[in-house]
Write a protein that binds this ligand. Structure first.
Ligand SMILES: [Zn+2]
Ligand SMILES: [Zn+2]
Length: 316
């Protein structure tokens, strides 16, 4: 049983972040650090593995703020720029770790990344382009493996990265798209090869008509950018200590849960703690928002302790 999970919020803001460029509202002008919200992302330490969920435009600052210099995996919830716009910056980790970034996403996300980052997928390789190793996932649980020492990235001047194989051979990192993509091992099928892999359970949801994934790590689940969670997924959300749910405003929205919908969901799922994320400046300042939520939850008898998350918050 995997129990050792710690989650750090790297960003809890909506797609534009908070403050918003040019806005002079009280939230955007607040001096409370908890009202400064980078784009939504979390860092999960899970039985010794370092897992990032989403790499938006603030990825670089988020790595620097927390002093992160190693990731075993980057999981993508969906392909919107506030969640994938920072993927070029994994170059720094390629250099430190001497390995490609291990990126887990759905096939539709991968197809769009190929359009949006053509230079990453171009052959022959441009020296210095980010090194990605992609794993295609779906709603089924999958395993994340720790650093493999089988293949080390070696920088070769004017040529770019090559892999050093266990027998000492140097081979180009990719000769075709197929070289860059793996099917993630499905937990049911994976026998495990002695390495300390951790299981991740994806949660299917919808962001308007766009399918997105949330993820469950042990007794912590992270859901963002959804406005609908199909009935089939509630079984995956039992007995949680913590859940994160997105909400962007009080009013009904076509692609995000409204606050009412998020509270109803928190009540139904009944995790001990519910943390709200992807927050916009339409909610009050952090302290006021905490107070408003306490009153609302008392009044509606919500079966969970609901609070707004903030950048830097750690839960375990
Ligand atoms: Zn988003
Ligand atoms: Zn504002």
């Amino acid at each position: 049983m995997h129990q050792n999970v710690k989650l750090t919020f790297l960003g809890t803001g909506t797609s534009q972040g908070v403050p918003i460029i040019g806005c002079a509202c009280p939230v955007c002008r607040s001096t409370d650090p908890r009202d400064k919200r980078l784009r939504a992302s979390v860092f999960v330490e899970y039985d010794g593995l370092s897992i990032l969920v989403d790499a938006g435009p603030d990825f670089r600052m988020q790595m620097l703020n927390l002093g992160i210099s190693h990731l075993d995996a980057i999981l993508l919830t969906h392909n919107h720029k506030d969640h994938t716009g920072g993927l070029d910056d994994v170059r720094a980790l390629n250099y430190i770790d001497r390995r490609a970034a291990e990126i887990y996403c759905e096939r539709n996300v991968l197809d769009e990344l190929i359009q949006e980052y053509p230079y990453v997928f171009a052959f022959p390789r441009y020296p210095g382009a980010p090194e990605w190793h992609l794993h295609v996932i779906d709603e089924r649980s999958f395993l994340v493996y720790p650093d493999s020492e089988e293949r080390t990235l070696v920088w070769m001047h004017n040529v770019g990265y090559h892999y050093r194989m266990p027998d000492g051979r140097l081979i180009p990192t990719c000769r075709s798209l197929e070289d860059m993509i793996d099917r993630a091992d499905l937990a049911e099928e994976a026998k495990g090869d002695g390495r300390n892999a951790v299981p991740v359970l994806p949660i299917r949801g919808f962001h308007d008509h766009l399918p997105v994934l949330g993820f469950r790590f042990g007794d912590i689940a992270y859901i963002t950018d959804m406005n609908r969670l199909p009935e089939s997924e509630f079984d995956k959300l039992r007995d949680l200590k913590h859940i994160t749910i997105n909400t962007v405003a009080y009013n009904k929205h076509h692609s995000y849960f409204s606050l009412d919908e998020a509270l109803a969901l928190a009540d139904r799922i009944g995790a001990r703690h519910t943390w709200l994320t992807h927050l916009s400046h339409t909610f009050p300042r952090h302290e006021q928002f905490c107070e408003d939520l306490r009153a609302l939850c008392r009044e509606r008898r919500i079966h969970s302790d609901v609070q707004p998350a903030y950048d830097g918050l750690i839960i375990e």
